[in-house]
Design a protein around this ligand. Structure first.
Ligand code: NAI
Length: 799
């Protein structure tokens, strides 16, 4: 083609990246890789290998060791052995290792980028300009956290040995997101890369050798899902961090339920990309290209659901189609390619299947007439319009270059559509009105919201989901929490539950508790407390409550499934509480403390019947103090403004989780209820509480306090009954966003195992005994952290 012709067509010529360096590196390893355990290469115990291939050609790149349970065991042992020495290093010494990793990654950055593109099929432009620079940035940033650890996280310690399982879409970046914070906080690691993309993790292992990282601090065991399963099941792993599909996340949750492994899950998404009529449409279209066609759409936070305001839909679709006509699909090592290869045949088939299903359900499919490579695994950029919000392509993660478009009329309709998903990972909002954008951003249930921008990531900002997109954050201060535990919590002794005084069968509730000759008087019959009202239980039965010396103290209602459902419904409807200002919530809590103070003696007198006078007095006065603590926090538990290296602010907002079910501790009927329910409501959650089984009559004192303290109806609901039966309904309830359980180890495991349905967050005492009379449980924001989830809202500024 002549220069004149080139000027006319304005077309790109091929600009291939030279893969030689990366291929030489593969040859140096004889294209056969073992596991990296205890600082050295170890062949797999079962001597099995599998192929890793280049998706752009489907040619084999290397043989990769298939990890077995024995390999995982060797790696976990090596990580355990390395732990004491790694933890005894000064924070500065650990910071120097992280810094050395960052420097070495930068030094090898081009080779790593090429290797990533060869193994994954992503355009070299992306691996070179996005993935690898972010990897280095992650290690730099966390070198800083290692340095500051002791002063910024006093009273905390590392989890210990951490098992990390990562996916294939951002292989080295996901490794960095996992390994950097783990090492900075003093953990040692066993990492399992995805079977499709192990090469850069192995190159990273070699970098660990190059910088003389102490052997065993980082171990890499390659293999498929069964290797991951073995890592999850290993009894000597203290924490699992997983990124991947929601289905596997759920399986991991189940597999870890009966252990004390801390768990963070970064799962799938179906993120809305909302464009309002006043948006800068050309910018929005460029954002969309990045939002859905970046990394072939194989991105957990891909803007895969386009929500357009109806008034601009036709114009916008025309612009999107024009832009799609200019996208270049082809060999990913070509620097002028926009869309590379799909990771594997199975994924390609999955994308096609979902698109076909979407069309069968009424969507219109449009693909540009652009040249497609004749070999390799490619899928054209695809636009599905007229998509119904319930269609499979609007609900399921496609994980490919496929956009599903829908329209809305009003901002509230946009929010409703945006939240009409089980996921909650990310969202984009495009509008020139800052009021509209931030108003909508605040209402979207997602862990990341990009305003007039998309797919921005940084080591200083938390990333992670709401709802079935998982929990825990990666990046920033919030990400470090996932690898730390308060020392008091980690070392609390096991809880030995107190036997009930007398466990009697339920009785018919008398019409009146006044008594008669046939029905002798009882001290009290309390009711359930639902939607701000005292309610009789659906069962019509009650349970007698006794003092330790066997005296009948009163009757507590025997709540059942239906009562729990009513209570959850009431809690969800109590929207005034989460919407109220932090100042208002603080005032209500102070008022509650004031009322408790006024009734101190009477309440202590009743409570003393079960726990003795000293504990009763202590419980009441500490409850008053604890309510003060959380009233104080209500308007002080603030978010942060992160500092990414772009022209924008990232607002890390502390948001309530929603509706929380709480199985309150048995051992301190009043103080236990207050210590768990107050932090939850202080930050705007609503609660369904099950009070202590040894003295459920405390419900009567509690509701008379709530009724006189301006707490809106439904903000706190109380259901008494057999805790284990109520727990099952709470755990399986899909409208509950979190479940907190403070009980023996077996009950905690049951709670975790039963609540995997909607992947609700669980927070338990891990069967440990908390000293509710000690300030520790309320002194280090521990409960507040569990009561909130952080939403990072990215807002650009400048021209
Ligand atoms: P996957 O969830 O099966 O794989 C992710 C990682 O988990 C891999 O390292 C895999 O070996 C490992 N793994 C698989 N089964 C396991 C088990 N039972 N226990 C422990 N580890 C296990 O994802 P896959 O099959 O590669 O992709 C399927 C779908 O998942 C995609 O189409 C996409 O929708 C979604 N996905 C989401 C990702 C995200 O970043 N949220 C990343 C990758 C996939």
């Amino acid at each position: 083609m002549s220069i004149v012709e080139k000027f006319v067509t304005m077309d790109y010529g091929p600009a291939p990246e030279d893969p030689r360096e990366a291929l030489v590196w593969l040859d140096l390893h004889h294209r056969r890789f073992s596991h990296f355990i205890n600082g050295a290469w170890h062949p797999p115990v079962e001597n099995k290998f599998f192929d890793t291939t280049d998706p752009s050609t489907t040619e084999k790149l290397a043989d990769i060791a298939q990890g077995s349970a024995a390999d995982i065991d060797a790696a976990v042992k090596s990580a355990r052995a390395a732990l004491p020495a790694w933890q005894s290093l000064t924070p500065h010494a650990r910071a120097r290792y992280l810094y050395a990793l960052a420097r070495q990654i930068q030094k090898h950055s081009r080779r790593l980028a090429v290797l990533e593109t060869l193994d994954n099929g992503k355009p070299i432009r992306e691996s070179r300009d996005i993935d690898i620079p972010l990897v280095a940035r992650h290690f730099y940033h966390h070198a800083g956290w290692a340095q500051l650890l002791a002063q910024e996280f006093p009273g905390h310690e590392a989890c210990g040995v951490v098992g990390q399982i990562i996916p294939w879409n951002f292989p080295l970046l996901m490794l960095a997101w996992k390994i950097a914070p783990a090492l900075a906080t003093g953990n040692t690691v066993v990492l399992k890369p995805a079977e499709f993309t192990p090469l850069t993790a192995l190159a990273f292992a070699e970098i660990c050798q190059e910088i003389d990282l102490p052997p065993g601090v980082v171990n890499v065991v390659t293999g498929d899902g069964s290797t991951g399963e073995a890592l999850v099941a290993h009894p000597d792993v203290d924490k699992i961090a997983f990124t991947g599909s929601t289905e596997v996340g759920r399986a991991i949750r189940k597999a870890t339920a009966s252990s004390h492994k801390k768990l963070s899950l970064e799962l799938g998404g179906k993120s809305p990309f909302i464009i309002f009529e006043d948006a800068d449409l050309d910018s929005a279209v460029e954002g969309l290209v990045d939002g859905i066609w970046f990394n072939q759409g194989q991105v957990c936070c891909a803007g895969s659901r386009l929500l357009m305001q109806e008034s601009i839909a036709d114009k916008l679709i025309a612009k999107i189609c024009d832009r799609m006509n200019t996208l270049r699909v082809g060999p990913p090592l070509d620097k002028s390619i926009d869309i590379g290869a799909i990771i594997a045949r199975v994924q390609l088939d999955r994308i096609q299947r979902l698109v076909d299903q979407g069309v069968a359900e009424g969507a219109t499919c449009w693909q540009p007439s652009i040249p497609m490579p004749s070999r390799g695994l490619y899928f054209p950029p695809t636009l599905l319009s007229n998509v119904h919000p319930t269609s499979i392509v609007a609900q399921q993660e496609i994980f490919g270059p496929v956009l599903a478009a829908m329209t809305f009329r009003t901002p509230s309709e946009a929010v409703e559509l945006a939240n009409n998903t089980a996921y909650g990972l990310a969202a984009c909002v495009w509008s020139e009105s800052i009021n509209v954008s931030l108003h909508v951003a605040a209402q979207i249930k997602a862990g990341v919201v990009w305003v007039n921008c998309t797919n921005l990531f940084d080591a200083s900002c938390g990333f992670g989901g709401y709802r079935e997109s998982g929990y825990g954050r990666e990046g920033g201060r919030e990400g470090l929490q996932e690898y730390l535990e308060p020392t008091w919590f980690k070392h609390a002794p096991p809880l030995h539950p107190r036997p009930l005084a007398i466990d009697q069968p339920p009785q018919q509730i008398p019409e009146s508790s006044a008594g008669s000759a046939a029905n002798p008087p009882i001290d009290r019959t309390v009711k359930l407390f639902i939607a701000g009202k005292q309610a009789r239980p659906d069962s019509g039965y009650s349970i007698p409550v006794h003092s330790p010396d066997g005296r009948l103290l009163g009757e507590a209602p025997l709540g059942n499934r239906k009562d729990i459902r009513n209570a959850v419904e009431a809690a969800r409807k109590a929207t005034a509480w989460p919407k109220s200002s932090a100042h208002t919530r603080a005032q209500v809590l102070y008022y509650l403390a004031e009322n408790l103070s006024q009734r101190r003696e009477e309440i202590a007198q009743r409570l003393s019947e079960v726990v003795g006078k000293t504990q009763a007095l202590n419980e009441v006065s500490l409850s008053i103090e604890r309510i003060f603590t959380y009233a104080a926090w209500a308007d002080k538990y603030e978010g942060a403004i992160h500092n990414p290296p772009f022209r924008n602010v990232t607002l890390a907002m502390q948001e309530p989780i929603g509706t929380i079910g709480i199985l309150c501790p048995q051992e301190a009927p009043l103080l236990g209820f207050i210590s768990t329910v107050m932090p939850a409501i202080a930050v705007g959650n609503t609660v369904v509480g099950v009070p202590s089984e040894i003295y459920p009559l405390i419900t009567g004192e509690l509701y008379s306090l709530f009724e006189t303290s301006d707490l809106p109806a439904g903000a706190v609901n109380i259901v008494t009954g057999r805790p284990h039966e109520l727990l099952k309904t709470l755990a399986e309830h899909d409208d509950l966003d979190a479940l907190w359980v403070f009980a023996d180890a077996a009950t905690c495991s049951t709670a975790k195992a039963l609540s995997i349905g909607n992947l609700k967050q669980t927070f338990t005492n891990e069967g440990r005994s908390f000293d509710w009379f000690h300030p520790a449980p309320s002194s280090d924001r521990f409960f507040l952290q569990h009561a909130t989830q952080i939403k990072n809202i990215w807002v650009p500024y400048g021209e």
